[in-house]
Design a binder for this molecule. Structure first.
Ligand code: BTN
Length: 266
């Protein structure tokens, strides 16, 4: 049962926090009612050395949530904001696959609680619901400890965007706005963590199913898009995602796979 009538003030009780290591693969929880950024905190923990299993940095609210590049992540309390710090020996060239795979896990977990199939991946790492952004993902490699990976995830769940700045209302959405009711955050978080565990194992197995799943959910396929690669922009018709996780753009010069960048027009 996913409907809740809880007070919005405390999203996570002590009992909820105790439950997380019992019902997920997370071994330690670093919880904050308010923090600047769970990714920043995870990178700080990574400087301390090795991990004793996956560590979850969880916050009820962030004052300075980080996004990709120079972006910020803006969300009122009610959003799910956390960073999972895990051991990983993922080579840099597999980062696009990791982003898509984390996004896929978010899509699948949200569809499970929402009981609708309306989540899509906007390459490289946003989750969209009904043409609006529902979740952003920021994966960082701690420079001090490159054997670890910090997977930051923000999902708009109970933070209705009804009173958000106008530009956000036009481009983003929250699950409570789509579904018309609130959700139990611990239940959603548990579902996302369990799905993440499963999908991260699939990357290790070079699982072909993953590639099919990214493609099926690609929001940009057959749209005219512009991708900012940092040094130049590529414009053309999106032809989907290739086996390596690159976004493939059909340009007048031919097919161009984009491995890293951001989609600025679509
Ligand atoms: C993006 O859309 O550009 C990525 C947004 C990532 C936001 C999440 S919220 C939890 C984690 N902590 C952060 O500071 N950022 C990520």
């Amino acid at each position: 049962m996913h409907r809740v009538t809880m007070t919005p003030d405390v999203a996570f009780t002590d009992a909820d926090l105790d439950q997380l290591p019992k019902s997920t693969f997370v071994r330690q929880v670093d919880f904050h009612r308010t923090i600047d950024s769970t990714n920043r905190r995870a990178l700080e923990i990574a400087r301390g050395g090795s991990l004793d299993g996956p560590l979850l940095v969880l916050a009820e609210s962030q004052t300075d949530g980080r996004g990709r590049g120079t972006n910020r992540w803006w969300a009122r309390p009610g959003a799910l904001t956390f960073t999972l710090l895990i051991d990983s020996n993922l080579p840099q060239r597999r980062f696009p696959q990791a982003s898509l795979t984390v996004g896929l896990a978010v899509c699948e977990a949200i569809e499970e609680v929402h009981q609708r199939s309306d989540m899509q991946l906007k390459w490289p790492n946003d989750v969209y619901c009904r043409q609006r952004k529902l979740s952003g993902i920021l994966i960082e490699l701690p420079l001090s400890n490159p054997g670890l990976l910090a997977i930051g995830i923000g999902i708009n769940i109970n933070n209705s965007l009804g009173d958000a700045p106008a530009e956000l209302q036009a481009t983003a959405t929250a699950l409570c706005d789509v579904a018309g009711h609130r959700f139990e955050l611990t239940e959603v978080l548990t579902g996302v963590l369990n799905r993440l565990q499963y999908r991260l194992e699939c990357i290790g197995r070079h699982d072909d199913e993953l590639r099919t799943k990214w493609r099926e959910r690609c929001l940009l396929t057959d749209r005219n898009v512009q991708v900012d690669l940092g040094t130049r922009k590529v414009a053309g018709r999106c032809r989907g995602i290739d086996d390596d996780g690159a976004l493939v753009i059909e340009t007048p010069a031919g097919l161009e796979p984009c491995f890293a960048g951001s989609v600025t027009l679509f």
